[in-house]
Design a protein around this ligand. Structure first.
Ligand code: AMP
Length: 191
């Protein structure tokens, strides 16, 4: 099973990704998490990307694709994965498509969490208090929303046209949203 989880910042992708991945026995791979670790570990990659992440912009496709190529080549990703936060640009969609096609694979399902902007801003400000993420302040959050709407929102149309998009209301308790996702996935891919 190869799946994506998409949605605006604060829609709950990370939390739901963990539950879904566990259910299917596949790794949840978050590019945002990989980038944050690189920054904490002060690697060469971390030094290159920390500014853009702190401002809520996107890391270049070039660097992002290198990171994803390397991660998907790991043995645990051979039979399936759930990508959280990737692809985010048209270039990333094309690259992922090419990689998958080379191996005769495809994206089986795309879960898109929907959420009202004010609700997600409130959620992210709360997360800032708990996790202390540097990019969870209101100015950066609004910027991340705008970048999402411009760059990533349109990608949903691509997956809708392919018939693999599953839109799920991301507001509610973690369990409620998880239940909606599993019901929708069950109806769509029968698992
Ligand atoms: P996330 O944890 O998914 O909210 O990602 C946190 C930040 O990492 C984003 O605001 C971007 O700066 C960066 N990032 C994560 N995934 C990508 C991606 N696929 N392309 C570009 N930038 C990304």
């Amino acid at each position: 099973m190869r799946m994506l989880i998409m949605g605006p910042p604060g829609a709950g992708k990370g939390t739901q990704a963990g539950a879904i991945a566990e259910h299917y026995g596949i790794p949840a791979i978050s590019t945002g998490m990989i980038f944050r670790l690189a920054i904490t570990d002060r690697t060469a990659l971390g030094e290159r990307i920390k500014r853009v992440i702190a401002q809520g912009g996107y890391v270049s496709d070039d660097l992002t694709l290198q990171v994803v190529h390397a991660r998907l080549a790991q043995p645990d990703a051979a039979n399936g994965w759930l990508l959280d936060g990737f692809p985010r640009t048209v270039g990333q969609v094309v690259s992922l498509d090419n990689d998958l096609a080379n191996d005769g694979n495809k994206v089986d399902a795309v879960i898109a969490l929907t959420a009202d902007e004010d609700a997600v801003v409130a959620r992210l400000l709360k997360r800032a208090e708990i996790e202390g993420r540097e990019d969870d302040n209101e100015a950066t959050i609004r910027n991340r929303m705008a970048v999402y709407a411009a760059e990533t929102g349109p990608l949903l149309d691509v997956y809708r046209a392919r018939g693999v998009l599953i839109e799920v209301d991301g507001l509610g308790s973690v369990d409620e949203v998880a239940e909606r996702i599993f019901t929708a996935l069950d109806a769509k891919v029968g698992v």
